[in-house]
Design a protein around this ligand. Structure first.
Ligand SMILES: NC(=O)c1ccc[n+]([C@@H]2O[C@H](COP(=O)([O-])OP(=O)(O)OC[C@H]3O[C@@H](n4cnc5c(N)ncnc54)[C@H](OP(=O)(O)O)[C@@H]3O)[C@@H](O)[C@H]2O)c1
Length: 332
């Protein structure tokens, strides 16, 4: 059996606020595991916008102190009793649950999956949450078909780049938005048909020009408050606005009668409700990893930050400085 220390490095919050509430500790207790759980020594931890929501209080933390973070890849160092889905000590896994910003995490085995040996280090953590979000959105929130015109906001962001690559692989026509020239270029290289710099260009007129005045059949909007009205404006008759995040703030209360103008659908999905059963979880993770290993989809890593420098990672993500995935290295 691996020797597991009693304390570990990790990041906790004991109140909500700015990045000053992130506390890096070197003596947190290594979590205990119960039946159905595994203890994972994390190698790389994914940073996601949702971590900032728990930090600010937009989403309520279940308790304080609270360890942020929803995904990591690492090695199993202990296995609990009961059904652990065949996972064993020594297996390299990627997982999605709570408490990731630490050297060790106790994880429900149902939320972890063994990584293929061919998958390079970092890619599991880089792909998992954002890649699965994109995959489930285009399959279930609005099933996109070849030739459909769709709009992806923040197309050069972590989730945005996955959406663009996956939509490209099914032959959709993708209009992206992004706020800088560099981000526009990146989204085009990832496979977008056309990218609009929404910091100064008129998105609505370009969308209608590109779609023969029809609008797009689906808008994938993770930006939230600042783009919500625009998303309703550019969606086609009988189309879908998929509002899946709040990068610019939460969408304010909304009068549903507005949907009648186009018989539009509005949906507010979360990844974890699409991968709730083991069958869904395994199916989507394996499919995503196939896209990476067999179809060459790029889990673009923006930067690996030291865990002790987690505040910089949050500042960069919230400051719109990043493209692709931010990871944390818990050993530093
Ligand atoms: N529902 C779910 O299950 C789920 C799962 C994963 C992610 N999400 C959501 O998807 C969105 C993207 O998440 P991510 O982790 O992939 O982040 P990200 O896209 O890498 O970063 C957010 C991007 O949003 C854009 N943005 C526009 N206005 C902004 C503002 N006022 N402040 C900050 N960013 C702004 C920026 O791109 P530009 O500079 O190009 O505008 C920024 O780079 C988030 O809303 C997140 O909550 C939801």
């Amino acid at each position: 059996m691996s020797s597991v220390p009693s304390t570990m490095k990790g990041v906790i919050i004991d109140k909500t606020g700015g990045t000053e509430v992130l506390q890096y500790k070197i003596d947190l207790p290594v979590p205990a595991i119960v039946d159905g759980q595994i203890l994972v020594k994390n190698d790389y931890i994914g940073v996601n916008f949702i971590d900032t929501y728990f930090r600010t209080g937009l989403y309520p933390a279940p308790q304080f102190p609270y360890i942020l973070g929803r995904e990591a890849e690492g090695t199993i160092v202990k296995v609990g009793g009961g059904d652990v889905y065949g996972l064993k000590e020594g297996d390299r896994v990627v997982w999605g649950a709570e408490g990731a910003y630490a050297e060790y995490a106790s994880v429900p085995a149902a939320k972890a999956i063994k990584l293929p040996s061919a998958l390079p280090a970092k890619i599991g953590a880089a792909a998992f949450l954002q890649g699965l979000t994109a995959l489930t959105l285009i399959r279930e929130a609005h099933p996109v078909k070849k030739g459909d015109w769709v709009l992806v906001h923040a197309a050069a962001g972590g989730t945005g780049l996955w959406l663009v690559q996956l939509l490209r692989s099914i032959g959709a026509n993708i209009i992206g938005t992004a706020s800088t020239l560099e981000k526009v270029d990146l989204a085009l290289k990832a496979g977008a048909t056309h990218v609009i710099n929404y910091s100064h260009e008129d998105v609505k007129s370009q969308v209608f020009e590109l779609t023969d005045d029809q609008g797009v059949v689906a808008v994938f909007d993770g930006v939230g408050k600042s783009t919500f009205d625009l998303s309703l404006d550019v969606v086609a008759r009988k189309g879908s606005v998929i509002s899946f995040g709040n990068a610019s703030g939460a969408v304010p209360p909304f009068t549903i009668a507005r949907l009648a103008a186009k018989n539009a659908r509005l949906m507010r999905p979360t990844l974890f409700n699409y991968i709730a059963t083991r069958e869904e979880f395994e199916g989507y993770v394996n499919e995503l990893l196939d896209f990476v290993l067999k179809d060459g989809l790029d889990a673009r890593i923006y930067k690996v930050y030291n865990l002790s420098d987690v505040a910089s990672a949050h500042n960069d993500l919230e400051g719109r400085k990043t493209t692709g995935k931010l990871l944390l290295d818990p050993s530093k």
